[in-house]
Each structure stands twice: as C-alpha cells, then as structure tokens.
Design a protein around this ligand. Structure first.
Ligand code: AHG
Ligand code: MN
Ligand code: MN
Length: 328
C-alpha cells in the first residue's frame, strides 16, 4: 500500500481479505497508544513524572506513567466486543472484558520505566492471542506458546511516535502524524540484515554473565585484532522497545541474558508481554530470537509473569550466540 496510508485503512484493507486479522482490536490498541503518547509528551506539565509509590507483582516500583498507560489501555480496549480479557505487567491477574469475545490481549503498558523521568524513548508492547473455547477467559487461556500469537507489536514514544506490528504477514511501520492524529505508513515488510557490527547489552552486568555471553562479547570487544576481524559498536537504551526498534531499522543484536545475580530467575524480561511479541516481530523481519539455546517462540508458557533470557536480532549473530550456548 502507498506511503501515508493510515493504520486504520491499512489494517481494514487486510482484514477485508483475511477475517482472522484482529483489526478492530488492533485499531483500539493504536488509539490507546495515541492517548499514551499525549501523556508522555506532556511529562511534567501533566504532573505524570515520578513514582506512583506502589509496587507491581514483579516487586518493581511503579511509575505514575506505568499506571496511567495501563488504565488507558484497559479503558480503550475494554469496550472491544471481540476481546475476552487482558493481562498486563502491571496487574497480578487477568482483567475480564467481554465473556463472548474470542481474543486475549497482553501488554507491557509502558516499557523502559527508568527512562520516563529523563526524556529518553519508552514504549508500549502488545500481543494478541486467540481464546480457544466459548466460556469466559481464564488465566490458563493466556498460557500459549509465542508461535500461536495472532498479532504483536509495539509503539515507541521517541523523537517520533511509531507503531510497528505484525500479524504473521511481515512487519510494517507507521509514524504518528500530529496534524491528523493518525498513524501513517512509512515502511512495509521491514527486513533485518543477517549480519551486524552492533550489539546491545547492559555491560554493567558483565561479571554476572554466563560463559557463552562473555565469550561472544569479548570477541566483539576484541575488534579487528580479534577472531571476528571487525570492530563492533555498542548501544544500550534500557528500553527494550527502543533497542528493538533500532534493530528493525538497521540491524544489531540485543541481549538480556540470564545472569548470576539471581540464579533462580530465568532472566529479567517477561516472556508473555515482552519476549514473545518482540520475537514474533524479529522473526517476521527475518531475524532470530532465542533464550540462549532454544527459540523463544517455541517455549512453553507456564505463568503470566514468567521471565526469560533473551537474545534477538540479526540472524547470523544470534545463531552464533546460540552455538556458543549449545557448545557446538
Ligand atoms: P519495564 O520498564 O517494562 O519494567 O522494562 C524494562 C526492561 C527493558 O525495557 C529494558 O531492556 C531493561 O528492562 C533494562 O534493564 P536494565 O535497567 O537492567 O538495563
Ligand atoms: Mn518492559
Ligand atoms: Mn513496563
């Protein structure tokens, strides 16, 4: 479709040909994100900067904007007839919408909370699943493998507010036009280059990493003089949305691996509303996404707030890191 097509037109045209596309819910999510973008832009002017003084089920301090964004999504999507229930990073259990609905929505309402107060890019991540029975939704219904997602995407609130989504038919990017308050198409069928010279990891955790991650990063740092025979660059925004957006735009590899800080935790990031939707996008764009040894989209999901180790991005690089984990 031509550049400048609105997200609503785009998704409606696709849904006219393929009724499995959850178009109405996707449009509601996009509308919620427009409202979140307005709040984000206002920042201190809207009195939304700072801690909310509460904690979430993960034991993390909630920011005011975490809660505001969560409420906006609940409000905007709760009216959706097709939606049976929602689940979020900021809610311990599921939030019922319409019992007759056949869709489930998961979200990280505000990703990159530590960047809110310092005016650095943040985002919203979402994943849509099918409910596979007629009755009211239960938490169990959400525990599906990532490969069964109907749709996934994110909105990044950066210098531009951009929406990026997939329904399993490629990855498409839109940018919010403030004149019309519409997301307009900027790029269809985004593809990630298989090779890269850029990696993203929080280097301050180096001493806690496992050997395969240490080996990979050491080899990157060794540059042209080392075994990789090329110089690497490093970026870490600390908003997964912004780091993944950069990788979709110009390639790279993102890692938030398991580390020894808390060996009982499989990782920091959450499978259902961070790793699965991002992995769906990355694979659809020709990249790869693993937890070290295995493909993230194939992992069984055991609980709503399950954590996972994440390595994703340019295919050849991710496969090399996977090889180091498998010892092959
Ligand atoms: P959230 O703000 O939703 O809790 O997620 C933050 C995540 C992710 O966006 C980012 O990649 C990572 O935490 C940053 O973690 P560090 O501060 O440990 O680098
Ligand atoms: Mn997050
Ligand atoms: Mn969050």
């Amino acid at each position: 479709m031509s550049q400048g097509t609105t997200f609503t037109q785009y998704i409606s045209a696709l849904a006219a040909k393929d009724s499995s596309i959850p178009s109405s819910l996707l449009i509601s999510v996009s509308n919620a994100c427009k409202l979140i973008a307005k709040q984000v832009e206002q920042g201190a002017l809207a009195g939304i900067i700072g801690s909310a003084g509460s904690g979430n089920v993960q034991g993390e301090t909630q920011q005011k904007l975490d809660i505001i964004s969560n409420d906006i999504l609940l409000q905007a999507c709760g009216k959706e007839a097709s939606l049976a229930a929602m689940a979020s990073e900021e809610m311990e259990t599921i939030y019922p919408a319409n019992a007759q609905g056949n869709l489930l929505l998961l979200f990280d309402p505000l990703d990159g909370s530590s960047n809110i107060d310092v005016n650095v890019s943040i985002g919203t991540i979402f994943s849509i699943l099918k409910k596979n029975h007629a009755g009211p939704a239960t938490e169990q219904d959400f525990l599906q493998s990532g490969k069964d997602q109907l749709a996934a995407g994110y909105v990044v609130y950066g210098p531009q507010t951009s929406l990026v989504y997939t329904t399993g038919q490629g990855v498409h990017m839109f940018t919010l036009d403030h004149e019309t308050n519409e997301f307009l198409l900027i790029k269809e069928n985004v593809q990630i280059s298989p090779d890269t010279k850029e990696f993203a990891i929080n280097m301050s955790n180096m001493r806690h990493w496992d050997q395969p991650v240490r080996r990979y990063v050491d080899e990157c740092l060794a540059g042209v003089e080392g075994s990789r025979k090329k110089d690497f660059n490093m970026r870490w925004i600390a908003s997964m949305v912004a780091d993944v957006h950069r990788i979709l735009c110009r390639g790279g590899v993102f890692m938030y691996p398991w580390d020894k800080r808390d060996p009982s935790k499989p990782g920091k990031l959450r499978l259902m509303y961070e790793a699965n939707p991002m992995s769906f996008l990355i694979e659809q764009a020709g990249g790869a996404s693993v937890n070290g040894k295995e493909r993230i989209l194939g992992l069984p999901s055991e609980k709503l707030h399950q954590r996972v180790s994440v390595v994703l991005g340019s295919k050849n690089e991710v496969e090399l890191i996977q090889k180091y984990h498998l010892g092959t």
